[in-house]
Design a protein around this ligand. Sequence first.
Ligand SMILES: Nc1nc2c(ncn2[C@@H]2O[C@H](COP(=O)(O)OP(=O)(O)O)[C@@H](O)[C@H]2O)c(=O)[nH]1
Ligand SMILES: [Mg+2]
Length: 218
Amino acid sequence: MEINIQRKVLEANETQADRNRKYFSERKVFVLNMMSSPGSGKTETLSITIKRLMPHIRVGIIVGDICTRNDADRLGATGAPVVQINTDQFGGDCHLAAHLIDRAAREMDLDSLDLLIVENIGNLVCPAEFDIGENAKAVVLSVTEGEDKPLKYPLMFQVADVALLNKIDLLPYLDVDLNLAVDNIQKVHPKIPVFKISAKTQEGFEGWIGWLKGCVNG
Ligand SMILES: Nc1nc2c(ncn2[C@@H]2O[C@H](COP(=O)(O)OP(=O)(O)O)[C@@H](O)[C@H]2O)c(=O)[nH]1
Ligand SMILES: [Mg+2]
């Protein structure tokens, strides 16, 4: 019974996600779904990414959290339009579903955007299962989380189109093996592009920004 209900929820989500994708493509907006566990650096990475892309690429943001507008305030400081979703009004869901993206996107002027980035709720499990109608998925893993996380939470890394290995500025203080972290990501998803970055120092951003520009101009 539980399995049937879960299947129906995922099927309904898939239908809405396909509708979203059509809606976005009619408006010529590329949509990126950014995911990670809480605290890996999604918001920090996005702040820098947006600053580097604008004004040539016009970016809008939908950000999901269970509570608070903190990330909307941080990302809004870039000047990009931001819509915050709080899932505590909907039972505190641990992921963004396609119908929430539909509602948030209708609050934005998509005709004035080239790229819509969705910062998903911090969670390495549930968001991987929910298509939101995006064109690409990015996963952020910070070096402080340990090299083995791709092996423990493989679905997230399998569904991702690109992986960002963040907080490399902290490597001198950690015992983590950066090459092993890359190997583990590529063990569950061979050939996925992995960019090693620091959102604090902006090291490694050229490759990531180039990849994203390629998607938008693509
Ligand atoms: N040292 C360091 N700290 C970072 C880096 N990226 C993010 N942080 C910090 O990590 C914490 C969580 O970052 P945040 O962007 O809120 O992560 P999110 O929960 O994934 O959105 C904040 O205190 C950030 O300042 C980084 O590259 N290096
Ligand atoms: Mg955040």
